[in-house]
Design a protein around this ligand. Structure first.
Ligand SMILES: [Zn+2]
Ligand SMILES: [Zn+2]
Length: 173
């Protein structure tokens, strides 16, 4: 037994020398921490210490404040990004309803504009996704573009609420 190791907290794989006693991953480069007749314990090597100390090995910096923090070691490389728990949804009454379950009978859901924030881990800036419901149709907007779009939409909406001018009256001859 080696001092300082909480043996009662180790998993079966850690106790059998398969996974690192600190992070629980199978070490890429390992060091033997204890090697006795009945126990072999291993850990990640010193060179891999930075990765060993991370909760999620591919995440080398903290999550932005808006991220839902749902990351795991085995996330696909294409999915390794920060995603907001915030989601904006705007139902659309002029679009076809989406069908769920039995395709001929529904249940139906109104189509909607879907918005969320995302930033893949190797990207410098967050982007705002603005798309059609659950489809991949839409745009990744920078925050500046999103603000511009919001402004232009307001302009368009405001134009529709200008009262019509009075029709010119026909003067009696
Ligand atoms: Zn480790
Ligand atoms: Zn995150």
């Amino acid at each position: 037994m080696t001092d300082g190791i909480a043996y009662d907290k180790l998993t079966k794989d850690q106790l059998s020398g398969v996974s690192c006693i600190h992070c629980g991953r199978v070490p890429v480069n390992l060091k033997v921490v204890e090697n006795s007749t009945d126990t072999t314990l291993v850990a990640c090597s010193e060179e891999d210490r930075m990765m060993c100390e991370r909760k999620v090995f591919w995440l080398d910096s903290p999550c932005p404040p808006w991220c839902d923090g749902l990351h795991a070691d085995n996330d696909h490389p294409d999915d390794r990004g920060h995603y907001s728990s915030w989601q904006g949804r705007v139902p659309l009454i002029n679009e076809k309803a989406e069908t769920y379950g039995d395709l001929s009978k529904g249940p139906f859901q109104p189509e909607y504009v879907a918005l969320h924030i995302r930033q893949m881990v190797r990207e410098h800036r967050a982007m705002i996704w603005c798309g059609l419901g659950e489809t991949a149709k839409g745009w990744h907007l920078t925050p500046a573009e999103a603000r511009t779009l919001a402004k232009v939409l307001m302009e368009a909406a405001n134009l529709t609420s200008i009262a019509p001018k009075m029709a010119p009256s026909i003067k009696a001859a």
